[in-house]
Design a protein around this ligand. Structure first.
Ligand SMILES: [Zn+2]
Ligand SMILES: [Zn+2]
Length: 348
């Protein structure tokens, strides 16, 4: 089968033939239909310091996908060929104390698809049945392909009660823009987004952000003044990984407010902990998705009319991966989706 593989310790990926993955009795085999390119994949493509420290080669890349089940293992009861599925890309151990307590998102032995084990940029994948999510009938393939970052946004937004609240989001990448959409859907009174990239600010506004502000020193203070807000934001999300944005987030959340951290600064960033303590700020780390609570919430949000489609700005066939990664790495893209095959329409 064809797959996009990081074969050598250098920039780029190879579109090569590899053997189809083997399959155990608790697994399902899936034909991949669409995949989303994530920032993680761009780091791996570039072969930056993080990728060099984290990956062992060769590695099939990718974790955002939608596919169609083609075969189920003998020990798999509830799934069947033809079903349109995604999967939780953090494969959990099912043995640690957190897994056994039903908090799989906290698993201590989690393995990332396309990072610690072979990923989804391939014609076929096999995955444990316990990681599979069955999509609602009629879902757009493009939207199904981006359930992973959509889930990051829903996990972040639903960490706090946003109804009637004022919300600041620093970073209007796909997850930041989707978080704005979810916050508005949850009834936030005011959602403001900052980014250095005008294209991404526009995308966040298309998805529902009330205010989109170019990130610059003093920009959030000026926005608060323009809005006549003499307090900070009730809830602030840092989604850029930029140290200056983290500083803006922590300093513009109101007394007693809540901060959600999803962006990953490349280095440790100092913070004024005394100020955070005296202002009684709650800081909450957010990673991945709750398994599968977040997935159920996504299904309900789509049914209620939230539409992530404007986020998908580019589509390429899988063999045009060079063009696709160039688009994803460049500023004027939302999500870039690769096509691997079309659904057969076999009855699910
Ligand atoms: Zn991702
Ligand atoms: Zn575990």
């Amino acid at each position: 089968m064809k797959a996009l593989v990081k074969t050598t310790a250098a920039a780029g990926l190879s579109y090569v033939d590899i053997p189809e993955p083997s399959m155990g009795r608790e697994d399902v085999r899936i034909r991949v239909l669409r995949t989303g390119i994530c920032g993680t994949d761009v780091h791996i493509h570039r072969w930056d310091g993080w990728a060099q420290r984290t990956l062992t080669l060769p590695r099939v890349v990718g974790h955002e996908f939608v596919g169609e089940i083609v075969e189920v293992g003998a020990g798999v009861g509830a799934l069947r060929p033809g079903q349109l599925v995604g999967a939780e890309a953090h494969l959990t151990c099912e043995r640690c104390a957190h897994c056994r307590a039903g908090a799989r998102h906290l698993c201590t032995g989690t393995q990332g698809l396309g990072v610690q084990r072979d990923g989804v940029f391939a014609e076929f994948i096999t995955l444990p049945a316990r990681s599979i999510w069955v999509h609602a009938p009629g879902i757009s393939l493009d939207v199904a392909a981006i359930f992973d970052p959509f889930g990051n946004a829903v996990h972040a937004a639903d960490t706090f009660d946003l109804g009637g609240r004022t919300v600041l989001i620093t970073g209007a990448g796909p997850i930041g823009a989707l978080t704005a959409a979810v916050a508005v859907h949850r009834g936030a009174r005011l959602v403001a987004v900052t980014d250095v990239n005008p294209f991404r600010l526009k995308l966040a506004q298309t998805l529902g952000a009330h205010h989109a502000v170019e990130a610059a020193p003093g920009a959030v203070s000026r926005l608060l003044a323009d809005l006549g807000m003499d307090t900070g934001f009730d809830v602030a999300f840092e989604m850029s990984g930029n140290p200056q944005a983290l500083h803006e987030t922590l300093s513009h959340v109101d007394r007693g407010g809540h901060v959600g951290l999803l962006g990953l600064p490349p280095e440790p960033v100092p913070a004024d902990w005394a100020d955070l303590s005296l202002r009684m700020i709650t800081v909450h780390g957010i990673s991945g998705r709750r398994v599968f609570d977040t997935w159920h919430s996504m299904r309900e949000l789509l049914r209620d009319g939230l539409d992530p489609q404007p986020l998908i700005t580019h589509r390429f066939p899988a063999d045009e991966h060079d063009e696709a990664f160039a688009a994803a790495a460049e500023g004027s893209a939302g999500k870039v989706v690769l096509t691997w095959s079309e659904p057969t329409g076999a009855t699910a």
